[in-house]
Write a protein that binds this ligand. Sequence first.
Ligand code: HEC
Length: 581
Amino acid sequence: MRLIAGLIALPLLAASDGSVFADHCAGCHGSDARGTGKAPGLAANPRLAGQSATALRAVIQRGFPASGMPAFDLPSAEMDAVARYVRDLNAGMKPAAALGSRVTWHDPQPGDWLTYNGNVNGNRYSELKQIDTNSVGGLHLKWLFPIPYFGLEVTPLEADGVMYVTGPNQVYAIDAATGAQIWKYARPQTHGLVGDASLGTNRGVAIRDDRVFFVTDNAHLIALERASGNLAWETAMAEEPQHYGGTLAPLVVKDKVIVGVSGADEGIRGFVACYKAATGELVWRHWTVPRRGEPGSETWKGSEPSMGGGSTWLTGSYDAATDTLYWPTGNPFPDSEDADRGGDNLYTDSILAMNAADGTLKWHYQFTPHDLRDRDATEPPVLIDADYLGRPRKLLLHADRNGFFYVLDRVTGELLLAKPFLRRVDWAAGIGADGRPQVKDPGGCPDDAANWSSTAYSPATRLYYFLALEECVGERMGYPDQTGQRYLRAVNIETGAVTWEIAQPGPAKAKTWSGVLATAGGLVFYGKPNGGFDTVDARSGETLWHFPTNTRMKASPMTFTVSGKQYVAVAAGPNILCFGL
Ligand code: HEC
C-alpha cells in the first residue's frame, strides 16, 4: 500500500517542487539532479539518503560557500519544497554507513604522523623504511582526494587510520587507506581580510585525544570533535582588530595548544599564544614586538610600534627535555619603509626560545636586524641532538630567508655556525663572532633564499636538506644573465658546505615553495616548482623516482603507516595525493 501511495504522490510533488529546483539548483546540479561539472549529483546520493527534509533544508540554507555551493535564503515555502524534492530524489536509497560515529581512539602508533612536521622537534625525518632506495621504484598512486582550492599548503596528519587535511576554512577527516571522506567541517571564507589569510592559505591541523585543532582565516582557534567534526569550542586569538590572519597548523604541547598569527605585511603586532586544549581558555600570550619601556623597545626609534609586525605564521618547534618552545618571527612593519623604525626592531626576524609553561623568553637570536627586504625568519627551526665538532650538543638548524645557514646551541642561544648557502649574498659580508651580520647593503639580495616549507636532517647521512632560491642572480638585481633558480641542497652541518645539489628546472615561480621529507629508508622526497614530486637518494642526490603532478606544488610531504603498510602523502594543487608500494 505504502509503495503505491509513494508512486502516486511522487510525480505530484515533483511537479510542484521541481520548479524551485529548476530555477535555483539545476544550473549546477543538473536538470536531472545527476550532477554536472559544477556540482555533485543529488539523486541516488547515499550521503543524502535517509536525511530528513528538515536536515536537508538546513544544508541548503547554509550551503558550502567555500567550495562553490551558495547559501540559500529563499521564501520559507520554497525552502521546504526544494528540501522535500531533494529528499524524495533518494527515497528508497540505502544511507551511507555512519563512518563518523567513532568515539574511541587507539594510542598513537609509531607509524602515525601526529603533528605538522611529524615530530615536535621540527625535523621532517621519519624512521619508516619500508619504502627505501630499493623498493621506491615500485611506488605508485594509491588514491587522490580533491579539495576545491588551487594551491593547497597543508601537511596531512594521520592517526589511527584517519587522515586530517585542510583547505580554506575547511577540515576533512578521510580514511587514510582509501581516501574516502569521513567528515567535513566548513565555513565561508571571511570577507574583508588582507594578505595570505584572505587567499585561503592553511597549513593543517593539530590533534590531541578526541579533538582536532584548526585556525580559521580570521585568526580564530577552533576545536572540533575528532569523531564527527562538530565544533567543540572557538576562541578569537587576537585581542584587538588589526590585520590578523590565521594560516598555520597549531602545535600541541602536553594539554595545551600553541598558535601564532599572520599579517605583518599589512600591519599587526605579532604574538604567540597558548590555550588549554580542553576549553580554549588563554594560558599565556607572548608579544613579539615590545611596548614602550619593555625590553627590546629601545631597538625601535620613532613612534611606538603598535603594529610593528613580527608575525608568527609558521608552526614552531618544541624540546620536551627542557620544556622549551622555539618560535620563528616575521618581518617588521612597514616592510621596506624604515623612516619611523630606526634600530634593530626586536623581536622581528628572530628565533624566540620560550618557556612552554608561561611563554617567558629564555633567549632570542635575531637573524636580520633592521630588515628592509621582508626577510621573515619563518623558516623551520629544526632541533637535533648530534655530535658536533667533537662533542655532543643540542642544536638548532635553520636556513634563513637572508641566505645564511645557521647552527645554534639551542640551550644557550650561542651561534656555532653561520654560512651563506647561496653562491651570492650581497647584503652582508658574513656574520661576526658577536653573532651580528656585517652589513654591506641593507637592501642587498637575497630576500627569499629559503622559505617556510619543511626541511630535514638525516642522522644517517648527517646532511641537512632544504630548497634554496638563487635569486641574487635575478634580473631585478642587475644580473640579467640569470633568471633565478631553485635548488634542492644537502648541506654539511659542521662546515655549511653544500655536499650535493639538484638544480630545479625552469625559473622559480613565486609562491611555489615545496618542502622536503627525509626517511630512514635513505630517501629524500620533495616537490619541484614545476609540479614534479621526486625522490632522491639521501646520500648521493641521485633521483630514484618521479611523479608528474602537473600542478602547483606548495606543500610539504609526510609519511605514515596503516595496517603495516607505509604510505607517502603530499598536497599538490587542489589534490591530496597518497602513494604506496
Ligand atoms: C553554483 C553552483 C550550485 C548551486 C546553484 C547549487 N549547488 Fe548544491 N552544491 C554545489 C557544490 C559545488 C556542492 C558540493 C559542495 C561540497 O561538497 O563541498 C553542492 C552540494 C550540495 C548538497 C550536498 C551534496 C552531498 O553530496 O553532500 C546538497 C544537498 C545541495 N548541494 C543542494 C542544492 C540545492 C537544493 C540547490 C538549489 C536550491 C543547490 N544545491 C544549488 C553547487 C551548487
